[in-house]
Design a protein around this ligand. Structure first.
Ligand SMILES: Cc1ncc(COP(=O)(O)O)c(C=O)c1O
Length: 415
């Protein structure tokens, strides 16, 4: 990771890479969608496979010279099947969004209907937001979380499905801290003869490790990102039963993409191998335990948490009760100045805007990767609260920032 060749050719980029490496070493990566992959995954992603065109699928490519590309893609597929138990896996989507795009393309015609969770309640742009192609190409209706409990309103979802008669129901979320009842959503989709896409982008690793129930074998389609809790090469994945295999494969290529990013698929293969080791289950369990400790600590300081706590890797705090004049974006800025990197986030019943939201979202996948245990996480929770409660105090931000650097040095990231 000394980037010596980059430095020779392009010192400006080498400086930025060195800066980013230092930034990651010296700050707490608590953006819930982020993690730190191993050096093995990074090596695979930075490998000679970046040079290879391999349009098509293993054994059926449009170009010659694909024998090693085939080997790598087959390994990624086999390992993914073992991790998630899916009948069919496509590892080519360039991202989680493109995995979703492939499922829509495989199942819907323009103008068809998507039923998904409202963005400010924890949904994702690629589930039908007006700024995304899905919101423009398809008719979209949304379900919500229960305003009292913060849990998915499954009854409301079922009723909305009956009224709206969607062609596909989308589950799986960006900012939902609770266990998802895939069966309940499948039943609502079945009742109106709709497909069900479960997008496990955030919780791929938790599902693979068995610390969150799996939608594989329940939902018709399961998509995910491969670089979040699963900690593999950057990109997306689609899983389905054999009956949809051809449709999905055609929708990924040539439907929505050209040549696969074979270097990233190599990173996926390596990361999946790491996730098949017994230690990964322990890692995933610690991610969840750490999130629970973070939730307890923040709650103990008087912060309101959406749904009251967490069952997974993330915590969503609604600052309106405890700090009514503090937008999450301002908390995000103050925390970043104190070396804690997380994001301001909309909350259910949002009264501000996505650029100036009322909550903050924090995840524990990255810190758990670098060895933070429950005691260290409790201290991180205390530090977060100190900054949130003192966003205008340069002294507090300085002191917290110094302590964060110490914690980072106690938990080094890369040798
Ligand atoms: C639920 C959900 N789906 C899809 C995505 C998109 O993933 P990507 O950034 O890989 O396109 C995200 C990203 O955080 C997500 O939370």
């Amino acid at each position: 990771m000394d980037n010596k060749h980059v430095r020779e050719v392009d010192p400006a980029v080498a400086d930025a890479l060195a800066g980013e490496r230092d930034r990651q070493e010296q700050t707490l990566a608590m953006i819930a969608s982020e993690n730190h992959v191993s050096e093995a995954v990074m090596e695979a992603q930075g490998s000679v496979l970046t040079n290879k065109y391999a349009e098509g699928y293993p054994g059926a490519r449009y170009y010659a010279g694909c024998e090693y590309a085939d080997e790598v893609e087959e390994l990624a597929i086999e390992r993914a099947k073992e991790l998630w138990g899916a009948e069919h896996v496509n590892v080519q989507p360039h991202s989680g969004t493109q995995a979703n795009q492939a499922v829509y393309y495989a199942t819907l015609d323009p103008g068809d209907k998507i039923l998904s969770l409202e963005l400010s309640h924890g949904g994702h742009l690629s589930h039908g937001h007006p700024a995304n192609f899905t919101g423009q190409m398809y008719e979209v209706e949304q379900y919500e979380v229960d305003p009292e409990t913060g849990y998915i309103d499954y009854e409301g979802l079922r009723e909305t499905a009956e009224e709206f008669e969607p062609d596909i129901v989308v589950s799986g979320y960006s900012a939902y801290p609770r266990t998802v009842d895939w069966e309940a959503i499948q039943a609502a989709a079945d009742a109106v003869d709709a497909y069900h896409l479960a997008d496990i982008a955030h919780i791929t690793g938790l599902v693979a490790a068995g610390v969150h129930p799996s939608p594989v074998g329940v939902a018709d389609f399961v998509t995910g990102s491969t670089h979040k809790t699963i900690r593999a090469g950057r990109g997306g994945i689609v899983m389905c039963d054999e009956q949809f295999a051809d449709d999905v494969d055609k929708a990924v290529f040539p439907g929505g993409q050209g040549g696969p990013l074979m270097h990233n698929i190599a990173g996926k293969a390596v990361g999946f191998k790491e996730a098949l080791e017994p230690e990964f289950e322990d890692y995933a369990r610690r991610v969840v335990d750490n999130a629970e400790v973070l939730a307890e600590t923040l709650r103990g300081h008087g912060l309101s948490l959406v749904s009251g706590g967490t069952d997974n890797h993330l915590v969503l705090a609604d600052l309106r009760d405890s700090h009514p004049d503090l937008p999450g974006s301002d908390a995000e800025d103050a925390l970043a100045a104190a070396n804690v990197v997380l994001n301001g986030n909309t909350v259910p019943g949002e009264t501000r805007s996505p650029f100036n939201p009322s909550g903050i979202r924090a995840g524990t996948a990255g810190l758990t990767t670098r060895g933070f245990d429950e005691t260290a996480i409790e201290e991180v929770g205390d530090l977060i609260y100190r900054v949130v409660d003192n966003v205008d105090s340069d002294d507090v931000i300085y002191e917290v920032g110094e302590r964060v650097v110490e914690l980072c040095e106690e938990h080094p990231l890369y040798e």
